[in-house]
Ligand binder design. Structure first.
Ligand code: DAH
Length: 347
């Protein structure tokens, strides 16, 4: 006969089972099996018992001690062997992991790089002009006189004259309203023949809505040589459009006006969404406008220090947002600048 301590064992079992790490288990072990623990307390009572009670009492305590030792060993094995938990870290290693997010380039950067790559394969070099420009380069040099109404279309943000600036000039400064002023800079620095593209940010004091932003991106392109013709411009743009939008894309030139080119044209491509049948994106016309272009105006060549009777060239300019919106079917320009990961992760 032994004294029954199974109620203590039961209680210990529940407590042991709820231990989530080795530390908590150790605290319990000390409580039950430690030198000043519950089992030791019971043992200490034996000498005071009547001799005939000692055997049964002692056997009961021993039973309890063995039971508890088994329970602790089992729990310890579960915690260790299944490697469920880091000791103390409270981290469940069996839970499925979180997929690490891959960084991506912004959709505008992707499209801008693609444009630059296509022209790179056609022999164009990349040139960067400053966003803070002189009034002269942004307007006068490009044949947009101070008092000319066409200047409204390129109105911009003027900055108050800083004491010193990286452009080292005393001229009036502004945030460039297009990438075309980089033509002047490139042509002053590099001798023709040359073929260059200029990607970059431009600024206009436009009210922000689904299709306008006060800051957006353009890619300018131009080539200057002794025998450059409009047909060269056509050939380059056809190659670009077919690389960018697919070999079946059709293209048309519409006569237009820009102060810095003569003649000037706007280029439309056949709508790649409805293939010319007419849809909401092309406003039922079957055509999408993608860029402006023309033969560089003699005034522009002269502003950059080149004799227009010897040199001629073509130029073109396109909006990166517009092309990205068409390519990806995006209907609101503001999405590009809100940094919403739910949008950005789609590209
Ligand atoms: N600079 C023009 C704009 O901002 C775009 C442009 C049109 C650039 C015709 C050109 C060009 O080089 O030839 O809208």
């Amino acid at each position: 006969m032994s004294v029954d301590y199974s109620h203590i064992a039961e209680e210990a079992k529940t407590q042991i089972a709820s231990c989530q790490d080795g530390e908590a288990l150790e605290v319990l072990r000390v409580k039950y099996l430690g030198r000043k623990g519950m089992v030791q307390d019971l043992m200490a009572k034996i000498p005071a018992l009547a001799p005939e009670e000692r055997r049964a009492f002692g056997a009961g305590v021993n039973n309890l001690k063995n039971n508890l030792a088994d329970l602790f060993a089992q729990r310890e094995a579960t915690l260790n062997n299944s490697a469920v938990l880091f000791r103390g870290a409270g981290m469940d290693r069996t839970l499925p992991g979180k997929k690490p997010l891959l960084g991506k380039l912004h959709p505008l950067t992707q499209v801008q790089s693609e444009i630059c790559e296509v022209f790179g394969r056609l022999g164009f070099k990349v040139f960067f002009g400053p966003e803070l420009e002189t009034e002269f380069n942004n307007f006068e040099a490009l044949n947009i006189p101070l008092d000319h109404p066409s200047r409204d279309a390129f109105d911009t943000f003027y900055v108050s004259q800083p004491h010193s600036n990286s452009l080292k000039t005393t001229e009036r400064l502004l945030l460039r309203s297009h990438t075309s002023p980089a033509q002047i800079r490139a042509m002053k620095i590099c001798k023709p023949p040359l073929a260059m593209i200029v990607p970059g940010r431009v600024y206009r004091p436009d009210a922000v809505d689904a299709s306008h932003s006060f800051m957006f991106h353009q890619v300018e392109g131009f080539a200057v040589g002794e025998d450059i013709r409009f047909s060269d411009l056509k050939g380059v743009l056809i190659a670009f459009v077919q690389e960018m939008f697919g070999a079946k894309t059709k293209m048309r030139f519409r006569p237009s006006f820009f102060p810095f080119t003569e003649p000037s044209a706007e280029v439309d491509i056949s709508c790649f969404i409805c293939a010319g049948a007419g849809c909401s994106v092309c406003k039922k016309s079957g055509w999408l406008e993608i860029l402006g272009c023309g033969m560089i105006h003699p005034h522009v060549l002269r502003s950059a220090g080149h004799d227009p009777s010897r040199w001629r060239g073509f130029a073109f300019g396109m909006g990166v947002e517009r092309i990205a919106m068409l390519k990806f079917g995006i209907n609101d320009i503001r999405l590009f600048f809100e940094n919403d990961l739910r949008f950005l992760e789609q590209f």
